[in-house]
Ligand binder design. Structure first.
Ligand code: NDP
Length: 239
């Protein structure tokens, strides 16, 4: 096993802020070439920012082409772009459901499909999907969101069976409650309730999710595929 990682061409969706930006920064710190694709096209310093809508295959194709032009064929892809449209089932509109499925699940499909081309050619690749503890734990008000996040598990496991023999791995990192804009919008009482349920007794940091992603992208993680790696302070134990 190589000890020193070779620099890779990496594309992170939703890499403009929050957990995605922490993932981009962690890869940059290791000397990789990183493209951050998001709606705004903003990116942490040192990364190539690309405007992209993951729901649109043509936009995803263009984003990969831009990353490939600058950094070479994408070897590691992190499908991190995600949205929420939370409300209880009775109030959840079809539009709320479809929008979340479109970004979180179909977006991940678009990205994985485009990424697989170069990975198959290279006979090496890493696909990492950012799921969520609620994908397998469930969460009231998140029927749409939780369904997409558990859907990513089926996606990663099917990709593992399709592509595993070509040295391509596909895994899910399932964060618990992480301090980002997404959780900053929650009422304090809700956050206090979560904190009480989390064995670690605190919310997680984006950097703690990023270190799990960096590990799964490494050569050292070559025999890990189809796994769900929780980064949740113990909240979802037993998944
Ligand atoms: P943020 O809302 O901070 O960031 C989401 C990112 O996704 C943004 O960069 C946004 O782009 C991008 N994005 C949204 N829609 C699209 C789209 N259609 N095409 C391209 N990019 C898009 O989210 P977090 O950092 O909190 O979450 C990141 C991931 O982690 C998500 O998948 C989320 O579900 C998951 N997660 C988060 C948890 C948390 O506690 N925060 C817990 C568990 C999972 P732009 O910057 O342009 O708006």
């Amino acid at each position: 096993m190589r000890v020193k990682e070779q620099p890779r061409s990496i594309l992170v969706t939703g890499g403009a802020r929050g957990i995605g930006a922490a993932i981009v920064e962690a890869f940059l710190a290791q000397g990789h070439r990183v493209a951050a694709a998001s709606t705004s096209g903003e990116a942490p310093q040192g990364a190539l920012g690309i405007a992209c809508d993951v729901t649109d295959p043509a936009s995803v194709d263009a984003a990969f082409a831009q990353a490939e032009e600058a950094h070479g064929p994408v070897e590691v892809v992190v499908a991190n772009a995600g949205i929420t449209k939370d409300t209880l089932l009775m109030r959840m509109s079809e539009a709320d459901f479809d929008a979340v499925v479109d970004v979180n699940l179909k977006g991940a499909f678009n990205v994985a499909k485009r990424a697989s081309k170069a990975m198959l050619r290279a006979r090496w690749g890493r696909m990492i999907f950012i799921g969520s503890v609620v994908g397998l734990y469930g969460s009231p008000g998140q029927v749409n969101y939780a369904a997409t996040k558990s859907g990513l598990v089926g996606m990663a496991r099917s990709l593992t069976r399709e592509l595993g023999a070509r040295h391509i791995t596909a895994n899910v990192v399932a964060p618990g409650f992480i301090e980002t804009r997404m959780t900053a919008e929650l009422p304090e009482a809700t956050v206090a309730g979560y904190r009480a349920a989390i064995p670690a007794g605190r919310l997680g940091l984006p950097e703690e999710v990023a270190s799990a992603v960096v590990f799964l992208a490494s050569d050292a993680a070559g025999y890990i595929s189809g796994a769900v790696l929780p980064v949740d302070g113990g909240l979802g134990m037993g998944h």
